[in-house]
Design a protein around this ligand. Structure first.
Ligand SMILES: C[S@@+](CC[C@H](N)C(=O)[O-])C[C@H]1O[C@@H](n2cnc3c(N)ncnc32)[C@H](O)[C@@H]1O
Length: 229
């Protein structure tokens, strides 16, 4: 199935807002750590409901915020939600991670939450990110689907779009191969997903409390931050 077909269906049944709610637990910490300044141009790769750009624009006057998504329905929803709050510098574009529709050296910062691993060729996407970033610009790439997070390994079974499962070191190596210096890499814990007391386990989704604690409080979201030289 294409990215368009898969994620248009998600947008149509409201999963864009469901993802926003879950991802916000860790995405907000990633966004707070981005060195975005007034007048910057920011790109959100795989923007979904578009919440990340709205959150950045709430605190910093952007020259432009572009949310790129392969699903026209996602982009339509993101436009609608953004119109409601009136951020005129923020817009949404339908496109693919493989060919970013931006000039070389035109973007100050790129953000991506829980989307990068859907790229059909993630190395090509990293080269594109490097191309569009201005020297000194950053790529904040956050993923929950990664090798060390064994609890994510079966996600591919329930989605028809091919996913790339890299380890933390594979992320670092791929960033460097594309020309991005790795400024930092970290596990951002999800402190908000509620973890029931021990006597509630096993639950429908979790065999033990320890496993749930490991998934959310220890592994969390893998953040890799690249800087364009
Ligand atoms: C799991 S959602 C995450 C959305 C949002 N970043 C969030 O945190 O909720 C992944 C998004 O990436 C988009 N996407 C996946 N592969 C893509 C590709 N190759 N090109 C453009 N967008 C893509 C999907 O359409 C979807 O909206």
């Amino acid at each position: 199935m294409s990215v368009r077909d898969e994620f248009d269906a998600w947008a149509a049944d409201g999963r864009d807002k469901g993802m926003e709610r879950r991802h916000w637990h860790t995405a907000k910490h990633v966004l707070a750590g981005m060195p975005v300044e007034a007048g910057d141009v920011v790109l959100d790769l795989g923007t979904g409901s578009g919440y990340a750009l709205r959150a950045l624009a709430d605190t910093t006057p952007l020259s432009a915020g572009y949310g790129l998504d392969g699903s026209p329905e996602m982009a339509d929803n993101a436009r609608e939600y953004t119109r409601e709050v009136g951020h005129e510098a923020v817009g949404y574009i339908v496109g693919d991670f493989g060919t970013l529709p931006f000039a070389t050296d035109s973007i100050d910062h790129v953000f991506s939450m829980e989307a990068f691993y859907y790229a059909s060729d993630p190395h090509e996407t990293l080269r594109e990110v490097y191309r569009v970033l201005r020297p000194g610009g950053t790529f904040h790439c956050a993923v929950n689907y990664y090798e060390e997070n064994e609890y994510s390994h079966d996600w591919q079974d329930s989605i028809d779009v091919a996913m790339t499962r890299w380890s933390a070191s594979q992320y670092r190596a791929a960033f460097r191969a594309a020309g991005l210096a790795v400024a930092t890499q970290a596990h951002v814990p999800d402190e908000e997903t509620e973890i029931p007391p021990s006597e509630a386990f096993p639950t429908e989704s979790w065999k033990t409390r320890e496993a749930m604690v490991e998934r959310y409080r220890e592994l969390g979201t893998l953040l890799t931050v690249g800087v364009a030289a």
